[in-house]
Ligand binder design. Structure first.
Ligand SMILES: NC(=O)c1ccc[n+]([C@@H]2O[C@H](COP(=O)([O-])OP(=O)(O)OC[C@H]3O[C@@H](n4cnc5c(N)ncnc54)[C@H](O)[C@@H]3O)[C@@H](O)[C@H]2O)c1
Length: 449
């Protein structure tokens, strides 16, 4: 019988293999395993390699493995030369074969956590990654989940599956959660200078994860458990979703009152305390902010509690593409035109400036709605090669210049450094949903959100 079977997590002491881990990490002898080499996993892998730590990267995508093994990066913030350097030196081993993990001392899981069709948490990637890891797991390893998820996942989804395999969590292997905070395209904050929160299923796992991430992060924040670490991330993203929802609603209010919302936010932001500016836009996009808060509201629904702020923010943010379409209709109306038959240029399709990521981009919703109303669309986005609309499968044509005989341009995402002068001179009307044209003028009439 396992003597630790009913011991509280805080009283578990690591077995001989696991207890050596912090020292191996401190001496940089440990090998780090990373599962899922996307926007999160690849920068993390590179950060460890840069610190001289050997990394085993695992991904299920054969295309991803081939790209990385050819020394090429498919993540915008990571230069190919960096990948090539670490592949060539064999510090970065990339494989689709989970058996390679037998040599890893730590395993960080960075796989997707999307929503299912019914907008509930989709745990399938986490479960599938874990099921692939388990046959190769050995005593002494530390497993850290980094994928954003609802509080309780590490303890309720991961821990029992590991223990079913005969490993006692906290004794044979360590288990922790550490939320990922990477902000793709952010030139100021990266892995090194973004504090990393860690919370283990046992105090030892918290310490060991702190030692792991302390190799690549200047500041590690230890919290008292995996559940706490899980909800920290959801608070951060709910904070953003709710505040963006608030300012989007203020944008709708200002449109009704004939007031420029941008002036309002910028003037309010001059208050040196008690106000933090958030900016309106055509809706919420990306893989995190529109999705993560719904993980929390789902969890609370299982406890018969309705997280009202999250539901309301989601409702307001998801209504913004409709507001954009209403504004497009208003602007065309003023010229005696209908949406049907108008030629409209969509400027910026990615979910935010500086990246080419189309996931959940509200620009896609705006495009679907305008096509449904009979508009003829083209797009411009220097970061995006091709736009295929997810729901209808329709592909948008790419405009090579500004001058395509358009009736209207709608700026949906403002990429830094975009020169809008040509646009201001060639299109009669521009609906600027991002305040990208602040302080600029030309022949075009510029309309606000
Ligand atoms: N992208 C961000 O800005 C960001 C920021 C913070 C947190 N997160 C969270 O981090 C997690 C990962 O997000 P991402 O943006 O890196 O996703 P991504 O889609 O860019 O990358 C995920 C990778 O995991 C691989 N994968 C899928 N299933 C796998 C499996 N079973 N085994 C091994 N590999 C598998 C995919 O092929 C892909 O390469 C998500 O939970 C996300 O919410 C993302």
């Amino acid at each position: 019988m396992n003597p630790h079977a009913s011991a509280p997590a805080s009283s578990l002491t690591p077995g001989p293999e696991l207890s050596k881990l912090p020292e191996r990490l401190a001496r940089r002898e440990a090998t780090v395993g990373i599962i899922g080499l996307g926007y999160v996993g690849l920068p993390l892998a590179m950060a460890f390699c840069e610190e001289g730590v050997r990394v085993i990267g695992i991904d299920v995508s054969p295309r991803k493995i081939a790209t990385l093994n050819a020394g090429k990066s498919d993540v915008e913030d990571i230069p190919s030369a960096q990948v090539a350097k670490h592949i060539d030196s064999k510090r970065f081993l990339v494989s689709a074969d989970f058996a390679a993990l037998a040599a890893a001392d730590t395993i960080s899981i960075c796989v997707p956590t999307p929503l299912s069709k019914s907008r509930d948490p989709d745990m399938s990637y986490i479960v599938s990654a874990l099921e692939s890891i388990l046959p190769h797991m050995r005593k002494g390893q530390l497993l850290v989940l980094e994928s954003t998820t609802y509080p309780g996942t590490t303890r309720e989804v991961m821990l029992p599956r590991i223990e079913e395999r005969g490993f006692k969590v906290g004794v044979d292997v360590g288990l922790a959660f550490s939320p990922e905070r990477i902000d793709p395209g952010n030139k100021k904050y990266g892995v090194r200078n973004t504090p990393k929160v860690v919370g283990g299923c046992t105090p030892f796992a918290t310490e060991a994860s702190g030692a792991l991430y302390g190799l690549v992060c200047d500041h590690v924040v230890r919290v008292d458990g995996a559940d706490t670490a899980e909800i920290v991330k959801l608070l951060e993203n709910t904070f953003r979703a709710v505040n963006i929802g608030l300012v989007n609603e203020i944008a709708i209010v200002c449109a009704k009152l004939g007031i420029d919302v941008w002036q309002v936010v910028e003037a309010a932001a001059t208050k040196p305390f008690g106000f933090m500016p958030f900016y309106p836009g055509p809706g919420l996009g990306g893989h995190c902010i529109p999705i993560d808060p719904l993980y929390l509201s789902w969890k609370l629904r299982t406890l018969n509690y309705n997280v009202r702020f999250i539901e309301l923010a989601d409702e307001v943010n998801r209504s913004m593409p409709d507001h954009v379409v209403t504004r497009v209709t208003d602007v065309l109306n003023e010229r005696g035109k209908a949406v049907k038959g108008s030629r409209i240029l969509l400027v910026g399709m990615a979910y935010k400036g500086g990246v080419g990521d189309l996931r959940e981009s509200p620009a896609l919703d705006v495009a679907e709605k305008l096509l449904d109303r009979g508009a003829t669309l083209a797009f411009r986005d220097d970061h995006v090669g091709k736009v295929v609309l997810e729901h209808s499968g329709r592909e948008l044509s790419r405009a090579e210049g500004w001058n395509g005989g358009f009736d209207l341009a709608v700026i949906l995402t403002a990429h830094p450094g975009t020169d809008y002068r040509g646009l201001l001179e060639t299109v009669p009307d521009i609906l600027d949903t991002r305040n990208a044209l602040r302080g600029q003028s030309g022949r075009a009439a510029v309309h606000r959100l």
